[in-house]
Design a protein around this ligand. Structure first.
Ligand SMILES: Cc1ncc(COP(=O)(O)O)c(C=O)c1O
Length: 478
């Protein structure tokens, strides 16, 4: 690399992005400050003046007594929790804290297989034994959909000593499960229901959105307030309700996974986002619903374009209608994503082989929506080769070691094609669907080796290989 200490590559890239100024359909949902709460905009011009530490009057996130305690209390009231913790390391650390405060070595925890990788980190720290449950497949979205309460009940029947269940709700695609029924099942087995509600922070302020985790009877949930509720990136909350979760254990778990120098700017942005949700949230959600319905109708009127709509799908329990998920017949989602950015100056949130996902913000306009619809129409009219294939996943493999035991075991690297029957030391997740096909401690099957080899041949994104050439995998040898 050409080393030149006068360069500032990140700042240069941010300035370049600002110059491009694309229509922005990504997180964080304040959409580049265009709809942040007024109270936060007052700070943002002179942000460094407020980048403080624990002074005599600014309180301490790890032992809050004054301003932070009050801000957390206000948030708890708004989100229907008994106790709320502000998080400055994202929902990543919230998920880790929920797990390590609920289960430890020897305990079983039920986990939805489509969970985020922070769940694996939580398992490595806690040492708990995962039991996986696979969501139903959504044929309309070509990815995982909801988890049926019947499957959860069945899992408890097979493993009555499960101590907690953690699932993602809503998914990145806005898909929700019947959380109320699932909460009842968990509680009838004396187990905690933990919800990764990273994408559902605004649910509790509108009855037009799916029920929130707290409204459904979950014991804990973590929410990325930055993804859909206007806070700065990394700013999340962990909510607790009822008596099953141990607040003091959560508190001590958060001291493990959070910085000892939490940013007051991030905490202020949480306070401001809560304020906007409380004061303006219903209006913001009404606007988002109208706009997303407008975009959905516009996209669905184009030949060959399918914008997901729960009405036409009996396979999923519920859907966050403010999320836009669309595909174009015979076109790969990654290519649509690239084309939107490169040719139409539109920045989408995420893509997979089939779908493109957009996150709207309260400042987005019909004018901007029309630009999006026109761009998608032009892309759909271009006849190009496809990269679509059927969504499928190999069966969940057997587990020989817990993720923690695998993480700390001795390892060696072997060629992928020789991995059948060996215990993986790493998590491998081809994208799409972005869901791990194997976790540390699980045993490679022939199907998994073939699935990963095919993904490599198809040049898919693959997360998790420590060998960046993807020729070898790490296996456990003791
Ligand atoms: C489902 C899900 N859970 C958790 C996370 C982690 O959240 P955060 O970025 O707030 O750490 C993400 C991030 O994209 C996510 O998609």
């Amino acid at each position: 690399m050409n080393i030149n200490q006068t360069k500032t590559p990140i700042i240069d890239t941010l300035l370049k992005f600002d110059k491009l100024n694309p229509d922005y359909y990504c997180m964080p949902s304040h959409h580049r400050g265009s709809c942040a709460d007024e109270s936060f905009l007052m700070l943002s011009d002179t942000i460094l003046k407020y980048d403080l530490t624990e002074t005599p009057i600014t309180d301490d996130l790890h032992e809050p007594e004054y301003a932070i305690a009050e801000a957390q209390q206000l948030a708890a009231e708004l989100f229907g929790a008994d106790k709320t913790f502000f998080l400055v390391n994202g929902t990543t650390c919230g998920n880790e804290a929920m797990i390590i405060s609920s289960v430890h070595e020897g305990d079983k925890i039920l986990i939805s297989r489509n969970c985020h990788k922070s769940i694996l980190m939580g398992l490595i720290i806690s040492g708990a034994t995962p039991i996986y449950i696979e969501p139903e497949k959504s044929s309309k979205l070509n990815t995982f959909g909801s988890i049926s309460p019947q499957k959860v009940e069945q899992a408890f029947k097979e493993n009555p000593d499960i101590r907690a269940f953690i699932l993602v709700n809503p998914t990145y695609y806005g898909i929700c499960s019947d959380l109320k029924a699932i909460a009842d099942i968990c509680h009838s087995h004396n187990a905690l229901l933990l919800v990764d509600e990273a994408h559902g922070a605004a649910f509790s302020v509108s009855d037009k959105l799916p029920l929130s985790a707290m409204q459904s009877g979950a014991d804990m949930c973590s929410q990325s307030i930055h993804k859909t509720a206007g806070a700065m990136t990394q700013s999340s909350m962990l909510h607790i309700k009822g008596t099953l979760a141990d607040i003091s254990k959560v508190d001590s778990a958060l001291k493990i996974v959070q910085s000892t120098s939490p940013s007051y700017i991030l905490m202020a942005s949480l306070d401001a986002a809560r304020h906007r949700l409380a004061v303006n949230g219903k209006y913001d959600i009404e606007h988002l619903i109208k706009l997303s319905d407008y975009i959905r109708n516009g996209l669905n009127s184009i030949d060959g374009v399918n914008c997901y709509d729960k009405h036409s799908d009996t396979e999923v329990f519920d859907f966050d209608r403010t999320r836009i998920v669309f595909s174009i017949d015979n076109k790969c989602g990654f290519d649509i994503f690239d084309e939107l950015f490169n040719n139409y100056n539109i920045c989408a949130e995420m893509a997979d082989d089939f779908n493109v996902v957009l996150i709207l913000g309260p400042s987005d306009s019909i004018k901007q929506a029309n630009r999006l619809i026109a761009a998608v129409k032009k892309i759909a009219n271009k006849k190009e080769s496809s990269r679509n294939s059927e969504f499928s996943m190999p069966a969940i493999p057997s587990m020989a070691l817990t993720p923690r035991a695998a993480y700390f075991s001795k390892t060696e690297s072997i060629p992928l094609e020789k991995a059948e029957g060996k215990i993986s030391a790493e998590m491998i997740a081809p994208y799409p669907p972005g869901i791990p096909v194997i976790y540390p401690g699980e045993v490679f099957t022939a199907d998994i080796v073939e699935f990963i080899s095919d993904a490599i041949k198809e040049k898919r994104h693959i997360h998790g290989f420590s060998d960046k050439t993807m020729q070898t995998v790490k296996i456990c040898i003791n």
